[in-house]
Design a protein around this ligand. Structure first.
Ligand code: 4AD
Ligand code: MG
Length: 461
């Protein structure tokens, strides 16, 4: 398409089974992963980022003495190689490039940290600008990209309109008070501030997108959200991406149907489109090498539904010593959530009908007056992947709940007004993109699922 004189390594992999490509002149470029030579012949593993695999460049010093210089090329250099394609169906790699010339485009100083040996994820976290050049992160960020595309495809092909809510907002949607203030002042005098009032970064686009569901039937948001939550865990980030669909004329069951089909669609897309990357995660990040088969089983199975009250009973009867004691009414911690999906259900599970006191003000009150029509989707290895609910569409009940919780109505009158102007039952959910990546790759820490992680006391670059 562009830069025609070069061939991409991804394209070489797609023509490798065509015998007529054998002996064709090719020109490739990219970054040297490894280089070794015995003085007669040398081998460079070259990555150009277009696929997970490298291409092997062979330089024959005996046949082309001028290629002796190539043996000095260090890991990390960018190079431009002209040569011929040679199919090697019986060798470890299906083809190689026999080099006629190897030109260094950009040299690489010896302190380049990504040398051949395996590096820990912790070490690579300190160099987020260089880690994309490792196998792990080449694979990770391609999965992330494919997953983002799949999310859009799922919603677009199911009639959802894409809405982009503001990132700067005047309200804290979840009511948890964990917002980052946006200010141009040092004195905290927000009345004199840029917007003439307190402003913050959004924790969720939900409240802003509900009005659009009540106009377009089905909508979704997909963008960054920010939480000043001082949680130092493997699943919490201060900046993360969230997908938030909102559906008119939908109850909690309809909501769960969308959650389940979306999760399945995305798993399938990633398994289909990232086979090499997923094989890598399967082999390197899963003790039993069973990641792919587990994900495939999820696509082929039905998610279980467990009411909160039953879930608490199961935890109480488990005989387990949990760090946080279990009783009806608790906001389940990760250890409880993981026990339920990893030990009891052994797969994704929906927990529904949570006590109202641990959930947000906008969730619809159930008949019992104690629980709300909420649903969390828990998955093994991660815990909460999705949080959703049916929304309280009855004006009186919504405003009563806000009053109980001390949420000032005036700043959210616009939101309450939706319940006066053609209110309908409606539902939605939020899925954290990085948690989904954790689930798909088993990489283990949310800091490794996003290009530049923001977590408490951590803001590199
Ligand atoms: O459960 P949460 O807080 O729900 C909401 O924000 C709702 N307004 C969503 C909605 O109904 N439209 O967050 C939703 C999801 C969680 O299930 C989790 O996957 C992710 O967002 N999430 C986080 N991901 C990474 N780091 C954090 N600190 C997260 N907090 C929530
Ligand atoms: Mg939640």
């Amino acid at each position: 398409m562009i830069r025609k004189q070069y061939v991409l390594i991804a394209d070489l992999y797609s023509i490798k089974d065509d015998p007529s490509s054998d002996g064709k002149p090719v020109r490739v470029r990219g970054w040297v992963r490894t280089n070794r030579s015995n003085g007669h012949v040398g081998f460079i593993a070259l990555s150009d980022g277009t696929c997970f695999e490298n291409v092997q460049i062979v330089y024959n010093i005996d046949a082309h003495p001028e290629l002796a210089e190539a043996s000095k090329i260090a890991t990390g250099c960018s190079i431009d190689v002209a040569g011929t394609l040679s199919l090697t169906p019986d060798a470890k790699q299906p083809f190689e490039v026999q080099a006629d010339s190897v030109t260094v485009v950009g040299g690489c100083d010896p302190d380049f940290p990504m040398q051949k040996k395996r590096h820990s994820l912790e070490f690579m976290r300190e160099i987020p600008h260089l880690r994309p050049r490792t196998n792990t992160f080449t694979a990770l960020f391609r999965v992330r990209s494919v997953l983002c595309a799949a999310i859009h495809e799922f919603f677009q092909s199911n009639g959802f309109l894409y809405i982009t809510p503001p990132l700067i907002t005047g309200n804290d949607a979840e009511g948890a008070g964990e917002v980052f203030t946006v200010t141009t002042r040092e004195d905290g005098d927000y009345e004199k501030d840029f917007f003439g009032k307190h402003a913050c970064l959004t924790v969720s686009g939900q409240l802003h997108v509900e009005p659009f569901a009540l106009a377009y039937d089905k909508v979704y948001t997909f963008g960054p959200t920010f939480r000043a939550e001082n949680s130092n865990t493997t699943t919490h980030a201060s900046e993360f991406w969230m997908v938030e669909p909102e559906i008119a004329f939908a109850d909690l069951e309809d909501d769960m149907e969308v959650m389940e089909s979306m999760v399945k669609y995305c798993i399938k897309a990633v398994l289909d489109r990232c086979p090499s990357e997923m094989k890598f995660f399967n082999d390197m990040f899963d003790k039993e090498h069973a990641l792919i088969s587990r994900l495939q089983a999820v696509v082929d199975s039905e998610f279980k539904v467990l009411p909160y009250t039953e879930a608490i009973d199961l935890l109480l009867k488990s005989g387990r010593q949990f760090q946080y004691p279990v009783e009806w009414g608790i906001d389940m911690k990760s250890e409880h959530e993981r026990y339920l999906c990893e030990e009891v259900v052994k797969g994704p599970v929906f927990i529904i009908d949570y006590p109202k006191d641990i959930k947000a003000f906008y969730m619809r009150m159930n008949e019992d007056g104690k629980t709300v029509a909420a649903c969390d989707c828990l998955v093994p290895g991660v815990g909460e992947l999705i949080g959703g609910s049916q929304r309280e569409e009855r004006y009186d009940l919504l405003t009563k709940r806000m009053a109980e919780l001390g949420i000032p109505q005036d700043s959210l009158q616009w939101y309450c007004d939706l319940r006066r102007f053609g209110s309908v039952p409606h539902s939605g959910f939020g899925l954290g993109l990085e948690r989904f990546i954790l689930y798909l790759t088993n990489i283990g820490n949310i800091r490794d699922t996003i290009p530049y992680a923001r977590t408490p006391k951590n803001l590199m670059f």
